[in-house]
Design a protein around this ligand. Sequence first.
Ligand code: SF4
Ligand code: SF4
Length: 357
Amino acid sequence: MSRHRITVVLSQAQGKHPAKRALEESIVAALLMEPGLEVSVIPHLYDLGPDHTGRRFLGSVRGDMVLLSWLFPRAAFWVLDRDGIKGQWGETQLKPPADDDEEETGEPQPAKGIGSLDVPDRTIYCLDLRDFNQHQPYVDEIRRVAEEGKVRAEAKQRERAPAPIVQLGLNLRNGDTPVADALGSPNGAPGSPNGAPGFTADQLLQAPGRRWYPVIDYSRCTNCMECIDFCLFGVYGVDEHERLNVENQDNCKKGCPACSRVCPEQAIMFPDYKTPAIAGAPIGAIGNLKIDLTKLFGGAEKDALSQAVEERDRELVADGRQAVGTAVGLPKRQEHKQEKPKDDLDNLIDALDALEL
Ligand code: SF4
Ligand code: SF4
């Protein structure tokens, strides 16, 4: 039985962690045996600059896509969107094992953000490679997604007036390609069904330098502009539609997540940051951890706003500028607001950082 054509892209971990590489290789090996999939491997998505071949390859993919990465799915999806690789959010049924035992934190909050613009009619599913250490759950989920896509595509076909059906075909590599070759094979050789130009494995997997910049979740961003006021490094701007835009990504100060603490909607993510809420964890997903940090750390943790101000001052001073404390760019709305308690896990990690253990 044929499946809906779908492109699967695996975004590698930074570095050469053997366990991570082993998982990546076993997933690719398993997927190459699956009909109906085009499988490609690129370096760590977040690090890809505009000229990287991996990014150009992603931009050339048409149709539904599954992205496997070592990032939270929300972060990965909005990194893609930022790079102009857009689609509808694909709801995955893959849940990390721990979720089974955890109390549900309620339905996902309805999106109230301004959303993305010019989103094509295709679906992008993002899977987190940290959820399982075996390939099978990922393969099963990709099979399910392929079937789901097929049903959706058939329904659309029925709705349309009769039109010539484009035979997309399947660019399948049923086990006839060594996995080592496939780890980097674009499966988009010239003339391939997805129309992707050909990229060699070397081009695709060229190691990019590490990057650091904020990623905006536009399903949450309300365009309040508080981040523009707060950031004193010229990272943010507005686009031609007067929407918040990360204008100068690489002006952002490496390792600093200050503005993500200021955003009232948790719309700013730093996908490589160590604390889950800032790195793009699902909102509320880890909020039910009951850790009494006050007892553990003597109530030393700071509120988010003070921490952001401190982080910003540190970067200003490092740049040879004056620290400004709370005098500049603080969101008026937040100035007198009772701080919501930070995510407990974030607090725990921040407190451990403070202890420099
Ligand atoms: S502070 Fe948050 S919600 Fe407001 S514009 Fe910036 S990203 Fe959007
Ligand atoms: S982390 Fe700092 S430098 Fe980077 S965008 Fe936010 S406020 Fe600006």
